[in-house]
Design a binder for this molecule. Structure first.
Ligand SMILES: NC(=O)C1=CN([C@@H]2O[C@H](COP(=O)(O)OP(=O)(O)OC[C@H]3O[C@@H](n4cnc5c(N)ncnc54)[C@H](OP(=O)(O)O)[C@@H]3O)[C@@H](O)[C@H]2O)C=CC1
Ligand SMILES: CC(=O)N[C@@H](CCC(=O)OP(=O)(O)O)C(=O)O
Length: 343
C-alpha cells in the first residue's frame, strides 16, 4: 500500500520515515517538502545509504493518484489548507497538527490564527487509537491527537469514564522534551537556554487545553475546565504527565490498578505498571508505548496518575501509523514493534 508524507523534513516527518521504512505493508511512495529535489539524506544525514528518495514538490493531484494515504506532518495553519486541497480526492489523510481537533471558535481563541474549514473539522475523526478504533477504521480524514493530550487522555480515561473522581478539580502537570517544539530554531529550545534548565510555559494558555477538555467531556459530561501546566525539559524526546484528581470514594491503589489493567488488557501499547512502580520517560523512548503508574493517597483522598510517552512516537508519528493500520484493516501494531531505546 503506497503512502506519502508532507512535511518530511520536520521531526514528525523524520519519525514517520523511521517507522515506515520497515513497515510490512506500507511503501513510502513519495516524500514532499517546500524544498524540492534534494535527497532526504541532505536534510537528515542519518538516513545516508538507507534512503535515497528525493524530496518532491507538494502536488495534491499527483499524490492522490499514486498513494492511498498521505500523512500531513506540517505546522498548524498549513495542515488545514493541505487537508482542504486533498478534500474530495481518493486518498485518506492523517493530519498530525492541531488544525482539525477543535471547533473554529475555540481554535481561534487558543491557536490565535485562522481556523481550518469548518466542514473538514466536523468530518475529521479524532484518532486516539485505543478509544476510537471503530470510527478510525471507517474514517477518510484523521485528526491525530496532540502529544500532551495523548498522554493525558490515555491516563485519565478509565477513571473519568467510570466516574471515580471529582469532575471539578483535575490538575495536569505536564513536561516535554525539546523535540516537541519541532525542528525550527527558537531561543527557548536552544541548547544554552534549555540545557540544565526547567521552564514553565503557556501557563493556562496552552492550545492543548481545549482538546483535552473536549475529549474528557465526551467521556463524562460533568467534567469541568482543567488546570493544565506545561514545562520544557532539557531532554530530546519524552513527555511525562502527572495528574492529580480527587477520588469520590475511598479506593486503594490496587483497586484503581485493577480497573486500568482490565480497561487496557487488550491494548498492546498501554503498559500499566505494578503497584508502587512508576514509569520514566526513557523507558518508552523510541517506542509507541504509553506507560502508566498510579497511586491513591489515603491521607488526602487524591489519586496521582503518571503517564509517559515518546512525543514523536505515541505522541505523533507512532500513533499516526497506528491509525493508518486501523484505517487499512491491518493489525494496529503492524510495523510498530520497537523496543524502547535504553539507556
Ligand atoms: N514534535 C512533536 O513532538 C509533535 C508534533 N506534532 C505536530 O506535528 C506537526 C509537525 O511537527 P514537527 O515535525 O515537530 O514540526 P517541524 O517544525 O519539525 O516540521 C514541520 C515541517 O513542516 C514543513 N512546512 C513548514 N511550512 C510549510 C508550508 N508552508 N507548506 C508545506 N510544508 C511546510 C517544513 O518542511 P519543509 O521545510 O521541508 O517544507 C517542516 O520541516 C505539527 O503540526 C506539530 O504540531 C504533534 C505531536 C507531537
Ligand atoms: C515542547 C513544545 O513546545 N511542545 C509544543 C507541542 C506543540 C504541538 O505539538 O502542536 P499542536 O498544537 O499542533 O499539537 C507546545 O507545547 O506547543
Amino acid at each position: 500500500m503506497n503512502v506519502s508524507i508532507i512535511g518530511t523534513t520536520g521531526y514528525g516527518g523524520a519519525e514517520l520515515l523511521r517507522i515506515l521504512q520497515h513497515h510490512p505493508e506500507f511503501n513510502i511512495k513519495s516524500i514532499h517538502s517546500t524544498k524540492e529535489d534534494l535527497p532526504i539524506w541532505n536534510e537528515y544525514p542519518h538516513l545516508y545509504g538507507i534512503m535515497d528518495k528525493a524530496l518532491q514538490k507538494i502536488d495534491p493531484d499527483q499524490i492522490a493518484e499514486q498513494s492511498e494515504i498521505v500523512f500531513l506532518a506540517t505546522p498548524s495553519g498549513i495542515s488545514g489548507k493541505l487537508a482542504e486541497a486533498f478534500s474530495g480526492k481518493s486518498i485518506k489523510v492523517i493530519d498530525l497538527s492541531g488544525d482539525l481537533r477543535i471547533p473554529a471558535d475555540e481554535y481561534l481563541e487558543w491557536y490565535k490564527h485562522e481556523p481550518a474549514n469548518e466542514s473538514l473539522v466536523e468530518k475529521a475523526v479524532y484518532g486516539l487509537s485505543e478509544w476510537h478504533h471503530e470510527e478510525i477504521a471507517a474514517a477518510e480524514l484523521i485528526s491525530n491527537p496532540g502529544c500532551y493530550p495523548t498522554s493525558t487522555l490515555l491516563s485519565l480515561a478509565p477513571i473519568v469514564k467510570e466516574n471515580l473522581i471529582d469532575p471539578t478539580g483535575i490538575i495536569v502537570d505536564a513536561k516535554s522534551g525539546v523535540s516537541g517544539a519541532g525542528r525550527s530554531l527558537s531561543r527557548t529550545t536552544s541548547y544554552a537556554e534549555a540545557n540544565e534548565n526547567l521552564r514553565v510555559y503557556k501557563v493556562n494558555q496552552h492550545q492543548h487545553t481545549p482538546e483535552i477538555e473536549q475529549q474528557l467531556m465526551n467521556w463524562n459530561a460533568g467534567i469541568k475546565p482543567i488546570t493544565f501546566t506545561t514545562h520544557l525539559l532539557p531532554i530530546t524526546r519524552g513527555i511525562m504527565t502527572t495528574s492529580y484528581v480527587q477520588l469520590t470514594k475511598e479506593y486503594t491503589t490496587s483497586q484503581i490498578l485493577e480497573l486500568f489493567q482490565s480497561v487496557y488488557e487488550k491494548h498492546p501499547f498501554i503498559r500499566i505498571r505494578p503497584e508502587n512502580t512508576f514509569p520514566s520517560v526513557k523507558e518508552v523512548a523510541g517506542s509507541n508505548y504509553c506507560d502508566i503508574g498510579v497511586h491513591a493517597d489515603s491521607r488526602t483522598g487524591r489519586l496521582t496518575v503518571v503517564s509517559v510517552i515518546d512525543n514523536l512516537m505515541k505522541g505523533a508519528a507512532g500513533q499516526a501509523v497506528q491509525n493508518a493500520n486501523i484505517m487499512s484493516g491491518l493489525d494496529e501494531a503492524a510495523g510498530l514493534g520497537f523496543v524502547p531505546l535504553y539507556p
